[in-house]
Design a protein around this ligand. Structure first.
Ligand code: PLP
Length: 421
């Protein structure tokens, strides 16, 4: 047998035995896996249901239409495009649909919790567009909406981005929209991280206030690795995209065109099928129980970490994640991530707001509860986890302690299936 399958088994063992605290990861169901590993991967289907550039698309048309309709129901929206191969692809399509190269955008600074595609200098968004940023207040760790407004009025970006990869609080989309309206900017929300909690109404609704919304499907939403674009309500676009006859297009047409043929070729219909399965799972009432547990676990973990003297940025969490500022513990993010991995606990080093260390070292780690909640862990387990993390951080170079923590991690995860639903 191909060695690849040995490696897949090895990775399955790693995932089973360990504590997965990477905030952007989750464990999909067996049905999502089945859909992804299916014959749908053989099919080319450039275009959209009913308007394809290839023959034989009748079945995949049904698959994609189901995925779209389930996503519309799940988020209560009018428009969905399920074709983006990833979150970054969904975001690239927004840039193409809304802006011209060189236009100005405003997103959350990467070092404050934003994402690469929100204007980082090493990403296409920062290379092709002019970028201004907003951040959080030093004292509170909360988004500084006054500073955001000040920068927006001064710099007049054409597009504002509400979204994050490492911010533990809910967003005030109404406030963002108020500011965007003052300068006539398009407001785009990237809910890649909290999408599962947004779907179940546990966080503020971005669709009421934002022109367009993107997400990944593989984080709290617990679907296959991929992206998606949504709009609460379609609207006539105002960005100069005219048909050859000079008519303005609806935004849905502009967005569909931005995904294909704008930035992608054939859609991954096997992944779209996986998305459809995941959306059906998320529509089930059990997913609400899951999403609530994700948040309760995050709050319990933040509290237990605080009780052990860890500094949680902004003092807590409203969603599934938290940033731990390790500076008071005398260790950095890089060495902590490495030591935790040796103890079979995976998380990622992360810059904290106003970090004095580089992105390769960092002063913090980011923790999330989406994956461990899927494994069946509850609030009382969070105190155990905080204790294990604390033991590693306090004994970062002590192999004996780290080995004993690893044993406890493996015992905790023993018998807990990767798929619990
Ligand atoms: N947007 C946000 C806010 C994210 O956190 C991420 C991924 O971490 C993405 C977009 C990109 O998703 P992908 O890794 O699928 O390209």
């Amino acid at each position: 047998m191909d060695i690849i399958f040995d490696l897949i088994e090895k990775e399955r063992q790693r995932q089973s035995h360990g504590l997965e605290l990477i905030a952007s990861e989750n464990f999909v169901s067996e049905n999502v896996m089945k859909a992804m590993g299916s014959v749908l991967t053989n099919k080319y289907a450039e275009g959209y249901p009913g308007k394809r550039y290839y023959g034989g698309c009748e079945v995949v048309d049904e698959v994609e239409t189901l995925a779209i309709n389930r996503a519309k129901e799940l988020f209560g929206v009018d428009y969905v495009n399920v074709q983006p191969h990833s979150g970054s692809q969904a975001n690239a399509a927004i840039y193409l649909a809304v802006l011209k190269p060189g236009d100005k955008i405003m997103g959350m600074d990467l070092s404050m919790g934003g994402h690469l595609t929100h204007g980082s200098a090493v990403n296409f968004s920062g290379i092709q567009y002019e970028v201004v940023s907003y951040g959080v207040e030093k004292e509170t760790g909360l988004i500084d909406y006054n500073q955001m407004r000040e920068v927006a009025l001064r710099e007049r970006p054409k597009m504002m981005i509400a979204g994050f990869s490492a911010y533990s609080r809910d967003l005030d989309y109404a406030k963002y929209r108020e500011i965007a309206d003052e300068i006539g900017a398009t407001l785009w929300a990237d809910i890649a991280h909290p999408a599962g909690l947004v779907a179940k109404g546990l966080l503020n609704n971005p669709f009421e206030h934002c022109h367009v919304v993107t997400t990944t499907t593989h984080k709290t939403l617990r679907g296959p690795r991929g992206g998606m674009i949504m709009m609460g309500k379609d609207f006539e676009n105002t960005y100069g995209h005219k048909t050859p006859k000079g008519e303005t297009k609806m935004m849905s047409q502009v967005l569909d065109g931005a995904v294909f043929p704008g930035i992608q070729g054939g859609p991954l219909e096997h992944v779209i099928a996986g998305k459809a399965v995941a959306f059906a799972e998320a529509l089930d009432t059990q997913f609400e129980v899951y999403a609530k547990q994700v948040r309760s676990n995050a709050q319990a973990l933040a509290k237990s970490m605080t009780d052990r003297g860890f500094d949680i940025v902004s003092g807590g969490t409203d969603n599934h994640l938290m940033l731990v500022d390790l500076r008071n513990k005398g260790v950095n993010g890089k060495e902590t991530e490495k030591a935790l991995v040796l103890a079979d606990i995976t998380c990622n080093k992360n810059m904290v707001p106003f970090d004095d260390k580089s992105p390769f070292t960092t002063s913090g780690i980011r923790l999330g509860t989406a994956a461990i909640t899927t494994r069946g862990l509850k609030e009382n387990d969070m105190d155990i986890i905080a204790g294990l993390i604390s033991d590693v951080v306090d004994n970062i170079k002590n192999e004996e302690v780290i080995t004993s923590v690893r044993k406890k991690v493996n015992e905790l995860m023993e018998g807990k299936a990767l798929f619990n639903y």
